[in-house]
Design a protein around this ligand. Structure first.
Ligand code: S3P
Length: 428
């Protein structure tokens, strides 16, 4: 339904990537860590449950989470399969952790996760000595870690922070120097946070490439972690406030790591009205309060080089494009086909059903915007167990005549449990 304007001040939950890492690194430290602002979404809780099954103590204490770690190399063999639910980050990063522990573990996931490729992590981790059994490099999988694992030098064939992080996690319990080479920089939360836990992470940049090296085995010192708000979650509200006339919304405490802020740069190119208030640092990450006011958006051609810094934000960018004046062209987005769903075909179908004009190409979408005219709406559209499709289409619904129905809002709980409540608050 055409919604009332988004007004007031909101705070989105903690960053998902940083939350996973804060639990994993705390579990590897000797002693007690404290995490504030942890995202309490299903994906992060799957990581917590897996770490508990391997010996870490993780408890909630008021608003904070307390973790008593077991030390690098101290994880115990789990006696049940580790259930990763919908969470690719949990699965891939924990595979890295398990790769340098000398025991067997099995890993399972939901229907979406069980379709996603794991060969991108099992390949380098096999080179380190781990072995994996699965039908086709997908979950369910049995992982047999190596102890000691062997260090490798590995050039990432896909721009993936998950693959980089899996190798760096394995490196923590591997004697010698493991090096990951990133031809295209990806989110660097692992490197930043490991330094906070006292690990010497060497990063060299030359000719646009980054070489990241860790010499193991490492000791992690317990740490107090502050998790900033998730820029990926804030993006739904930034687009909604841009699209709905008369909106003037402040989203507080949004992480703006340069490896994550691509969506805001592209929205500004499209003419969005975003002010960055009170820029500061929280937990070693740049943060600001974002004031977003309604603006007339114009279609753009998105430079594929910006994709890694907004890889999870394309679904909601496509919604902004569907309401902009003129055409938006995206390309170089093959990776979107192997996220929680095939986000190119899922968004082309969903936006098409809601009345937008969308062409699907192999590696991107071309969207002819309505020039601000509300979409017809309709549905129910298929979300394919993908939280970001559900939230993006909820935002499209705000800018539509009849509203957009989605087949299920359940997946939203993986990353943003209070999404609908916050949307109600902002549009009240
Ligand atoms: C993540 C990295 C990204 C992103 C995912 C979280 C992470 O995946 O899509 O939601 O926490 O490292 P890739 O690194 O595979 O692109």
């Amino acid at each position: 339904m055409p919604a009332g304007p988004l007004k007031g001040r909101i705070r989105v939950p903690g960053d998902k990537s940083i939350s996973h890492r804060s639990l994993m690194f705390s579990a590897l430290a000797v002693g007690r860590s404290r995490i504030e602002g942890l995202l309490e979404g299903e994906d992060v809780l799957a990581t917590a449950a897996a770490l508990r099954m391997m010996g870490a103590t993780i408890v909630q204490d008021g608003g904070a989470w307390i973790v008593d770690g077991v030390g690098v190399g101290g994880l115990l063999e789990p006696d049940m399969p580790l259930d990763m639910g919908n969470s690719g980050t949990s699965a891939r990063l924990l595979m890295g952790l398990l790769a340098s522990h000398g025991f067997r573990a099995s890993m399972i996931g939901d229907a979406s996760l069980s379709k996603r490729p794991m060969g991108r992590v099992t390949e380098p981790l096999s080179q380190m000595g781990a072995s994996f059994q699965s039908a086709d490099w997908r979950l369910p999988m049995i992982i047999e870690g190596a102890h000691p694992a062997v260090p490798i030098e590995y050039r990432l064939p896909v721009a993936s922070a998950q693959v980089k992080s899996a190798i760096l996690l394995a490196a923590l319990n591997t004697p010698g120097t493991t090096t990951v080479i990133e031809p295209i920089p990806t989110r660097d939360h692992t490197e930043r946070m490991l330094r906070g836990f006292g690990v010497d992470v060497e990063v060299e940049e030359s000719a646009g490439e980054r070489r990241i090296a860790i010499t193991g085995p490492c000791d992690l010192k317990p740490c107090d972690v502050m998790v900033p708000g998730d820029p990926s979650s804030a993006a739904f509200f930034a687009v909604a406030a841009s699209l709905v006339p008369e909106s003037d919304l402040v989203i507080e405490n949004v992480g703006l790591n340069p490896t994550r802020d691509g969506i805001y740069r592209v929205l500004e190119q499209m003419g969005a009205n975003i002010d960055y208030l009170d820029r500061r640092e929280v937990g070693g990450e740049p943060v600001a309060d974002l004031r977003v006011r309604h603006a007339k958006l114009t279609g753009v051609t998105v430079d594929p080089a910006i994709a890694p810094s907004m890889i999870d934000e394309f679904p909601v960018l496509f919604v902004a494009a569907a309401l902009a004046e003129g055409t938006t062209v995206t390309s170089g987005l093959e990776e979107l086909r192997v996220k929680e769903s095939d986000r190119l075909s899922a968004m082309a179908a969903a936006l098409g059903a809601a009345g937008a004009t969308v062409e699907e190409n192999d590696d991107g979408l071309t969207i002819h915007g309505s020039g601000g005219v509300a979409l017809a709406g309709g549905g129910p559209v298929a979300t394919h167990l993908d939280h970001r499709i559900a939230m993006s289409m909820a935002v499209a619904g705000l800018a539509s005549r009849d509203g957009v129905a989605v087949d299920s809002i359940d997946p939203i709980a993986t990353s943003f449990p209070n999404f609908t409540a916050l949307l109600d608050t902002a549009t009240r």
